[in-house]
Design a protein around this ligand. Sequence first.
Ligand code: ZN
Length: 352
Amino acid sequence: MRSFVTFLLLWLSALANAIELGCGIPFPMDNGTLSELEALANNSNMDPGSLGSASMFGHNDQYAPKLWPRDPATGRVVINYCYYDHISRGMIAPSQLIEAAIELWMRALGGPASQATRHGIVFKERQYNGYPLYCYEHGSWENWNHLIPLDTLVIRHVTNAQLAARATVGYYNMNPPHAWKMQMQIGLRAEPTVVVHELGHVFGMVHEHQRVDRDTYVKYQCERVPQFANAWALASQAGYTVRQLCEDPVIGLRYGFPVWDWTSGYATGASDNQGQPRVFPIFSDSAQYDLYSVMHYGTLVSCANDLSTCPLVKYRDPNNHAAGVEVIAHNGYPSPLDAQWVKETYSYYGQA
Ligand SMILES: [Zn+2]
């Protein structure tokens, strides 16, 4: 029987200031995976002009995220979701956490989908006669509720004490179609401002600080990433350099470095049906590096007393790095450029 992990995507996670651990679920790797990734890395088709409002859209590969489709009847881009089960709904829905995060996005977008706001995004819980439908039917992870279309976003409560929230990136409708491909996990420490970041991933956005030009604006210290030490212990034994571990997504993934949270120029799409992850170069639409993007990590609180120990800080002056560094604030609200990206990516069509 195929295990659940086969259906896991690589999670991109919110690293809220309060959350000091990187988030990212390991996935099964084998030699086949590695040779695929190596082939991808050698066939470097990264667009050197790809800057800003980063995404993985545009790759002609079923494991790369796609745009959420439009409802042909209304022209709206409807993101349907279901709670994993009644426990998940009971833990999350009473606090209106998801609704609050959606509301923050809608506020940033100027209001609900309309001609005036120029975006077509609508969120909708799957229901039957006014009652919520749950994604899961008892048995195993593979027991998807047959009343629910397979391309529905799953929202699940998880009890990992360190986790705020995490989500998969963009839309997938695999051929043959599979359920569980799009998920958002909500931990006990999730807040609306964290879920806002995860909804950005659901739209298809990847981390702003993974743009290929980020080193002009931020000082990234790979050795300060919490998972670095374990990954480096293995990679150094195999003869690799720090630079190879930190900058080459193939080598980073091989040794357990959280490439999907930090590595410049690349992000991860879905795992295939053998549980193998796919890596894709990042594209983007804006030339302006956006330190205010809700998709940009802030500087960790735990290192703020000594910025030399932080994985990520910003340069006071991007044109003069000798002027020193400072803390990057944690963004809990979509920036104007984030909102612009959504309006351009999911523009409003249809009747007023
Ligand atoms: Zn993230």
